[in-house]
Write a protein that binds this ligand. Sequence first.
Ligand code: 1GP
Length: 252
Amino acid sequence: MNKGGIYHSLKERKSQGKRSFAVLVDPDKVNGKDMIRLVELAIEARVDYFLVGGSLVISTYLDDCVQLIKSNCTIPVILFPGSPSQVSKYADALLYLSLISGRNADLLIGQHVVSAPFVRQSGLEIISTGYMVIDGGAPTTVSYISNATPIPADKSEIAMCTAMAGEMLGMKIIYMDAGSGAKRPINEEMISRVSSVIDVPLVIGGGILDPEKAYLNCKAGADLIVVGNAIEKDLTLLKEMSSAIHSVPLVV
Ligand code: 1GP
């Protein structure tokens, strides 16, 4: 895929009113055999993207994991790094995350400054991402590690203003995350209100366990749904999840 191609594809799908589905893979949690099975099922289910990363990737498997996916399918691989070390030149793109819901300068810009030469050298397509952590009912790894207070789930106004600010600062996508394994995924009211005030693609993830929830999130305005844990536990969900997301009526 051309440089810029992933973002272009996301924007294109959005402009056609299509919703997209990404499966999140944590390189620490999958072995090679499981990965190949996951890729086979993802092809069958017409998954749109793989996201690879995690808050605490402690393995050296990142390159291997990305290469394994790339050598078995054409589904684009986007890095979702939990730390600046999670860069693999074998991926197609990288979400360059700035934690705009927090007030931790290091995660807003500090780590970016340190990793900038390395990230640029990777040659990856860089997608600047306004990353917003929303309270999912339990402290998640991301909120603990980032030492940042999530946006309360019932404060849609804060989420709206944060997303607007991110877009006006030039971020190409907004990612609202209740955190991996969240007890409560992001509610539709917040998704709908945030999506109504931004034009860039809106990514939603964290604690989505069933196809119905994914469908409702999309109807509320999510452009890209990210699911990790639920798929890890039950691979058969892939197909249903994907069909639900892709069956949402087109909105242009
Ligand atoms: C977390 O949005 C992702 O960053 C996915 O969360 O693992 O709960 O699906 P889950």
